[in-house]
Design a protein around this ligand. Sequence first.
Ligand code: DLL
Length: 434
Amino acid sequence: MHYNVKMETLPREDLEALQLRRLQDLCSRVYANVPFYRKRFNEIGITPADIKSLADLKSLPFTEKQDMRNNYPYGLFCAPKENIVRVHASSGTTGKATVVGYTQRDLDNWAECGARSMAACGITARDFVHVAYGYGLFTGGLGAHYAAERLGATVIPASGGATRRQVQLLRDFGANALCCTPSYALHLWEAGQEQGINIKDLPLRVGVFGAEPWTEEMRRDIENKLGIDALNIYGLSEVMGPGVAIECAENKSGMHLWEDYFLPEIIDPITGENLPAGEVGELVITTLTKEGIPLLRYRTRDLTSLDYTPCSCGRTHVRITRLRGRSDDMLIIRGVNVFPQQIESMLIDEPALTPNYQIVVDRVNNLDTLEVQVEMNENLIADEVRKIQALEARLRKNIKEFLGVTAKVSLKSPRTITRSEGKATRVVDNRPKE
Ligand code: DLL
């Protein structure tokens, strides 16, 4: 199902012509209005008129999160204050928040991207959409909200928290679609089980899940437990919010990134060189239409690859493959690179375990230690200690074999690992900062 069939299926040639026009316009706007960019253009000796093809993008400098922090809060805004109608911010775990501003046209474009994304998940104007992403400075709640409204669906603006009540709302209001983080979807299911409400028996049909990394194994688990189609949605506040890219219900294989609004590149995170389609590297996005705070070659830190092969859904927009995590999420344990999702993949298919886990990293006597804490389900807890120890040993062996690091595996009693209402905290790193 398309929301805007013309734009979603635009032939690549037309798409690229549009991108070039928008890129040229973007360069002129930031050069004229944002001292930060004008200085950078001047430093490398180019002017907006030098951008004659999409390939010329490579001559422009990257923009990084740190640049936003250095210009906190409004230094990179490109539109006059009176035209900014909303701000959002992401708190981040370190340093100052990054603040983004939207003009009315930015909000319209965001709703357009969001409506296309929801339609790609199979949501229609007849559906009820329960939004359990947090409303506030975080872009999740309001982003999903206006997307569903633009589509003409009925929004249930539940926001995050009050989990028991949310499950009752899902039952009583009969939502067909659920928007939240994948970890919160499982938390809702679990809260339902405790109250005798099986989400599988409700009219819920589709989930629009994102804002945190998750795996194919977790998708399977959610789909089985909730009896829905679970689709992956990508976005980041710096670039817009949810709806930068979305999986289509037809293929569930990679997320179509709306290329008339966002120009993607993949680079080697170390050298900054562009990588060819198919290779995994850091996603860099240029926002082609944004007015409030446009970004040139923004380094997302997210690791993925680009897939230009045609998709049978008919959308011509490139797909980004499931995110492999962020380059700054990667743990280096005694020199070995480990992504939390690699550990998640090993835990989730284990029937005796729940999907609630936490990875604790520490340094003892100058040596990194890795502990994987994961909750058992009720059946195992009633079992003998011997079985628990055998399972711990097996997981330890698998982690050593597949990831090359020695880990301690601790099986925990049910409901002892803290649940999150938004983005789950999967890693606790207690090592002293260098
Ligand atoms: O998380 C926006 C969003 C809201 C996306 C709701 C999807 C749904 P931020 O708080 O700025 O914005 O965090 C952005 O979250 O750079 C990724 O590292 C991560 N992320 C977002 N979507 C996905 C996803 C929102 N589908 C950061 N898979 C991004 C993996 C994701 N990671």
